[in-house]
Design a protein around this ligand. Structure first.
Ligand code: ADP
Length: 233
């Protein structure tokens, strides 16, 4: 019997934060969505497909998915300097890679689909929330997709595998072995499109973390699907 870890939030090891989603939040965009997980809120707006500029970035074989992630200056308590930085450039690429396997842009040579992802509040898990909002916004924009993508992190607090680390657990938890954060993204038929491992974890516990996140991704998918159906009414 594994000893149940005491989380500051009171959540069980395999309990994610409360989630909600809404589609169609930005009327000027071709597609848009909001995804909220606890205190983390992501909004995403899709523009396109449209002609890719500059011309030298055009791909004549297929369309390009271009994601831009940013944390708004008021998204955390210490004000963030606006504009791109190393972290936001990296997360933008990761969001593209997480969504690329499902987005079907073969019929859009030389075109680009722009996805702008902004964090209005950030309490860890922002790349996952951003991916969830972006996937819904792409579907809302009518971009052909093989699957929906649902993203969540699992990880380790001291010796216990846990789901969905919040900011305290991700950065400030220092007991025992500390924490490991593993953001992941899954298609609605359970295939991984993205995984990152920040910290140390054994092979056995990694398997457990993946299973935990995969199960939770099914619940996220239900919320995303419901939000997309509500806009169709
Ligand atoms: P993720 O948000 O995907 O978990 P990180 O692990 O890089 O990505 O960040 C964890 C959390 O740390 C963020 O969600 C945010 O709450 C906080 N954070 C990240 N960058 C900054 C920053 N420049 N200033 C203040 N807080 C930050």
């Amino acid at each position: 019997m594994v000893k149940e870890i005491k989380r500051k939030s009171g959540r069980k090891a395999d309990e994610m934060r409360p989630i909600s989603a809404k589609v169609g939040i930005i009327p000027n965009a071709d597609g848009s969505a909001m995804y909220k997980s606890g205190e983390t809120i992501a909004i995403a707006a899709v523009y396109g497909p449209k002609k890719m500029h500059p011309q030298h970035s055009q791909n004549p074989a297929k369309g390009t998915l271009r994601c831009t992630y940013s944390m708004l200056s008021f998204s955390v308590t210490d004000r963030i300097r606006p504009g791109p930085n190393r972290r936001s450039t990296e997360i933008s690429k990761i969001i593209e890679w997480a969504l690329d396997p499902v987005v079907m842009l073969d019929n859009y040579p030389n075109m680009v689909v722009d996805v702008h992802i902004h964090m209005t509040q950030a309490d860890a898990g922002t790349r996952c929330a951003g991916i969830n909002a972006a996937a819904m916004a792409l579907a809302h924009a009518g971009i052909p997709m093989k699957n929906m993508v649902s993203s969540i992190a699992a990880g380790k607090l001291d010796k216990t595998v846990v789901l969905d680390l919040d900011k305290y657990e991700d950065s400030d938890f220092e007991e025992g072995e500390g924490s490991t954060d593993i953001p992941m993204s899954f298609t609605d038929d359970g295939k991984l499109t993205h995984i990152q491992v920040d910290g140390y974890i054994s092979k056995e516990q990694l398997k457990q973390a993946i299973e935990m996140a995969k199960k939770a991704s099914g619940k996220i998918y239900e919320v995303q699907e419901k939000a997309l159906k509500e806009i169709e009414k």
